[in-house]
Ligand binder design. Structure first.
Ligand SMILES: O=C(O)c1ccccc1NCC(=O)[C@H](O)[C@H](O)COP(=O)(O)O
Length: 198
């Protein structure tokens, strides 16, 4: 499915290293997948509150261009990961309401990129990939000192409105291009990218 995404124009592909996820990939699977990603498409490791031991293994075995921190990592931890691994770090910040915007301002001063995602509901099994939207108006016309990407419940049917409302220049999707949890769908990937780029 990586070739489908790349041919359709995706700029990033992500490997989910979260064992409870239906999208989980092992180190060896990610290493194999990563070796086939075309030049120009960034390979991103998605990790949740990882310790150095896990990141040491991932970065030693998987060809990567970026690390995405999807847990409760502090700005200090973001800075540590950047410096220890020499890779750009995308920090995910979950937004449920306006009170969550302050963390975006703080993390955007440290991270290389921020992913503005929907805050997972309390008790959710997954910190991301839940297919839920938030109020895109909350981030409309906001500026941060690093590039940012919008995520959360996007699909081919709503991504145009999400871009128009939020003003984002980059979008991220997971469950919205799947036919079942963890099963990516080529037609949905193409439709999503077409809708996001026209
Ligand atoms: O997708 C997962 O299973 C996952 C597990 C653990 C951490 C992050 C995870 N996904 C994060 C993503 O990058 C999603 O693309 C993002 O949250 C948007 O997901 P969706 O709402 O399904 O488009």
């Amino acid at each position: 499915m990586i070739d489908v995404a790349a041919r359709a124009g995706a700029g990033y592909v992500g490997f989910v290293f979260f064992p409870k996820s239906p999208r989980f990939v092992s180190l060896s699977e990610a290493a194999e997948l990563g070796s086939h990603v075309p030049f120009g498409v960034a390979k991103v490791a998605l990790v949740v509150d990882p310790d150095d031991a896990l990141l040491d293994q991932i970065t030693a075995q998987v060809p990567l261009d970026m690390i995405q921190l999807h847990g409760h990592e502090s700005p200090e931890r973001v800075a540590q990961v950047k410096s220890r691994y020499g890779l750009p770090v995308m920090k995910v910040v979950g937004v449920g309401d306006a009170s969550d915007l302050a963390e975006l301002d703080v993390q955007a001063r440290v991270a290389d990129q921020i992913l503005v995602d929907t805050k997972p509901p309390k008790g959710a099994d997954l910190p991301g990939g839940n297919g839920l939207v938030f109020d895109w108006g909350l981030v409309a016309r906001r500026r941060w000192p690093c590039p940012w990407m919008l995520a959360g419940g996007l699909n081919a049917g709503n991504v145009g409105e999400a871009i128009a409302t939020s003003g984002t220049r980059q979008v991220d999707v997971s469950s919205g291009v799947e036919s079942a949890p963890g099963v990516k769908d080529a037609a949905k990937i193409k439709a999503f990218i077409d809708a996001a780029t026209c």
